[in-house]
Design a protein around this ligand. Sequence first.
Ligand SMILES: [Zn+2]
Length: 253
Amino acid sequence: MYKYIFAILAVMFAVSSACSNSPWKTASPSVVKLPADLSAAELAFHEAKMMEIAQYAINETYHNNKIPNAIFTASIVHPNGTTICMDRNRGEDSSIRHGETQVILACSEKFKKNTWKGYYLYTTGESCPMCQAAIMWAGFDKVIYGTSVKTLYCELCMSQILVESNFINGYGYGLNDAGNVTLEIIGEVLTNVTTPQVFRNWCPGQGNETFWTIHPKCNSDYSPSCVNGSSILSTNFVFTFVAIMVIAISMLF
Ligand SMILES: [Zn+2]
């Protein structure tokens, strides 16, 4: 019995005395507020502004100018509801001119403003790591997106960098001395419009294949309706923990 106790103590000592190669702590993903988390008034506000960019994206992509990149449209909005800038992905000029970076650059140029504290940024699709970082550097108060990265990739077969925006946002604690992540993310707003009308199903065999069509490598147990996937993880964790404890205790006797 004593050898097991000694082994456990040795492991505890090794863990406690280990040093870290990482200079900073691992951040948890920041919270993403969903429509159900908002008051009726706030949701109505965000849906109206999302509809504005969704309508622009639909018109430019499918009706007026037939520009595929316009599916990604973004706007900068004052909290009083005034849209001060709107722009679209201009990937035809540069692959890093996404809707968000484009509207920030164009609006900063127009108003000679290098920071957007006090403003909201709306985007038809969840921001990629580049755009999420740009939004954080620009100092926005809130970013509101329509269709998520996981939907774009797993369900619509669109090429994406598979890092959700709240993972990047979690590391925003390094942007200020207070260690606060000041950018609020509100996701999945008006997806009944953005997902079926702005975006399309580009999966192979659907007839809409384009240069961004990919074959998703999503987890086989992924389900869009599984809104709290972490509950499965935590259940597994509890079972694992109990099993380890049972084994450890049985070894003592
Ligand atoms: Zn982007």
